[in-house]
Design a binder for this molecule. Sequence first.
Ligand SMILES: C[S@@+](CC[C@H](N)C(=O)[O-])C[C@H]1O[C@@H](n2cnc3c(N)ncnc32)[C@H](O)[C@@H]1O
Length: 446
Amino acid sequence: MAQKSVREIALKLLTQVGESGGFSHILINQAIKNHDVSGKDKGLLTEIVYGTLQRKMTLEYFLKPFIKKKADKWVEWLLYMSVYQMVYLERVPDHAVINEAVTIAKKKGHRRTSGFVNGVLRNIQRQGLSALDDIKDPIERISIETSHPFWLVRRWVDMYGEETTRQMCESNLESKRLSIRVQPLKNTVLSVQEQLREEGIETRHSLLSEQGLIVESGNPLYSQLFPSQITIQDETSMLVSEMLDLKPGMKVLDACSAPGGKTTHIAEKMNDEGELLAYDLHDKKVKLVKEKAETLGLSMIKTKAQDSRHLGEIHQAEEFDRILLDAPCSGLGVLRSKPDIKYHKSESDIVDLAKIQQELLEAVVPLLKSDGKLVYSTCTVDQHENEHQIKQLLEKHPELTVDPMFFKDLPGACQDLIGITEYGVQIFPQDFKADGFFITRLIKNS
Ligand SMILES: C[S@@+](CC[C@H](N)C(=O)[O-])C[C@H]1O[C@@H](n2cnc3c(N)ncnc32)[C@H](O)[C@@H]1O
């Protein structure tokens, strides 16, 4: 496929997800399939789309002095992706980027539009870009330089300090590294690693889960082992089920289970023996969990559509040995793979989510057996949704404590993390170049 088409596809994706959100690698994979994008064009498409989304605010800053009038959204995105290539992709010459942008503008708009695009990009080429050094305020500087909204940077600096925030924001600009989880009831990690190597996929062992492999090169989505013997899952996400202290035969509740990454991990860790009830809000969502379980050949998982805030109406008190509440959250730990989230979330979303998280916690606590353990996790970096939730819950429930064994059970690689507090562990995206997660384990004392 000619590069021209790749950039047109990139523009379509960017205009679509840049405005309305909902970006994921699935969308890119779909576009690759639908348009039959091949070979190195796949890499270019992925790089342009992720890179432009990840750096949108920096690109806006660069473009601002050159745009004097309001342009259509698609024209703005065309300019963003062109400047992205001019600044960050060394292998693509500027004149090729400009010619391509002008061709797309001609095809999609009026002659005036292509003249405008040509003028803006040529002026940038001639005059150069505004220096980021000109931004004196440290929060604004991090915000523009790493393309994170001002409110978010200020919030993170208040919570974690300037240095950690800068590291986190810079780390969010890196490309996402894939990791996989081996279905241990079907294959061993060593043999999977060997089979992947034969398929040209190099991996190394995860430090966070004995079932985990980090992909160093190659694409496991094209492996023969996918999806029945390996699951794509971030290694910090794997750590969540690792921390549940599971044994075969237990009765386990997964209150927010879709699409089922952690549910299936739990079943694998329990040897597929015992009871595992997996809930989520809608039929469509629990269907994903069911399908994932079937694909991996796991039979212990029972799924049902259910608002877990009302689980007390269908379950007895003290019914479960283990409970996982992998709560709905703002997702600020996964900005590397879903960069659109940072432009669409607001502080009021965090307040709303925190309310639901507390309601979910309150609903599942009575269902936990005496001496039972509850893991609370989110894929976000925000004290309000994480540490504060646990603090608030413990104040209301003297029967609960943070399980002291939780900290001992954390893998060696986590022992010195700066995110460890009395309430659990906040893993930052820069810690393992993986998703940011908060994880804690509570125990109900008899
Ligand atoms: C972080 S995701 C769970 C991811 C899942 N544990 C996994 O590893 O694949 C949070 C889930 O909570 C679900 N959810 C939100 N509110 C809920 C509620 N009141 N009851 C049950 N599930 C809810 C969402 O639909 C979403 O699928």
